[in-house]
Ligand binder design. Structure first.
Ligand code: AP5
Length: 221
């Protein structure tokens, strides 16, 4: 069983790579941003509570995320392992996840850090669009669907752009990353789960090759 944590700022390619790794390694893809957006789309109480926080680019309270992850990893599709895309995002979330790992006797995570040049990420985010049906991520310049107007993964024809991909929200998301998420790199050094670096500025296939090499070379601890 493998638990993989993808750690990197907004636009570093976590979602793009997680979708590929999910297929290659047979791991479930747990994307907390997608889960929260599904709650918003369903119009339930949780969705109504988190919508304005997410649209502004702020982080949703820790206890909501920990509860979401706890319920997801209990599902059968996670029994061979899972990729965490967007979680943990604060030190308290990482501490809560470590308690969960101990309770459920799960293996220690493999932490992959995307190293990136932040100014370039603004271009990535402002050109991003996703398939409304399956959530696959595309880009106006770097990654268009193979057949124009049709999703490579599910054949869907409807595409959407995210409210938090506007300049003001992008700035807030980067600040949240620097202040609340980047400290996780030191946290995982302290726990002994030393983050494994991949160059997130390589092209999409190049990043996939680096991650596959890193994962192939690591026995799950
Ligand atoms: P979330 O949905 O997780 O957003 P994010 O972390 O800001 O990450 P992104 O999805 O924007 O970027 P990505 O790294 O996945 O990049 P992608 O592959 O799409 O979270 C959204 C919000 O939810 C948060 O702000 C917060 O409010 C809330 N939230 C979620 N989790 C939370 C938590 N744990 N705690 C609290 N709040 C939480 O790529 C971006 C673009 O670049 C795409 O167009 C892609 O095609 C392109 N691209 C990707 N890789 C490359 C490449 N190598 N070269 C060129 N283009 C590339």
């Amino acid at each position: 069983m493998k638990i993989v944590i993808l750690l990197g700022p907004p636009g570093s390619g976590k979602g793009t790579q997680a979708k590929r790794l999910q297929q290659t390694f047979g791991l479930a893809h747990l994307a907390t941003g997608d889960m929260l957006r599904a709650e918003i789309a369903s119009g339930n109480a949780l969705g109504r509570r988190v919508k304005s926080i997410m649209d502004a680019g702020e982080l949703v309270p820790d206890h909501i995320l920990v509860a979401l992850i706890r319920s997801r990893i209990a599902r059968p599709e996670c029994r061979h392992g899972f990729i965490l895309d967007g979680f943990p995002r604060t030190v308290p979330q990482a501490e809560a996840f470590d308690r969960l790992i101990a309770e459920e006797q799960l293996p220690r995570p493999i932490v992959i850090e995307f190293t990136v040049f932040e100014p370039e990420l603004v271009n990535r985010l402002s050109g991003r669009f996703t398939c409304q049906t399956c959530g696959a991520s595309y880009h106006d310049h770097f990654h268009r669907p193979r057949v124009e107007g049709m999703c490579d993964f599910c054949g869907g024809h409807e595409f959407v752009r995210r409210a938090d991909d506007q300049p003001e929200a992008i700035r807030t998301r980067f600040r949240a990353y620097r202040e609340q998420t980047a400290p996780l790199l030191d946290y995982y050094k302290r726990t002994g789960d030393i983050p494994l670096e991949v160059d997130g500025m390589a092209d999409i296939d190049g990043v996939t090759r680096q991650i596959e090499a890193v994962l192939g070379g690591v026995a799950q601890r």
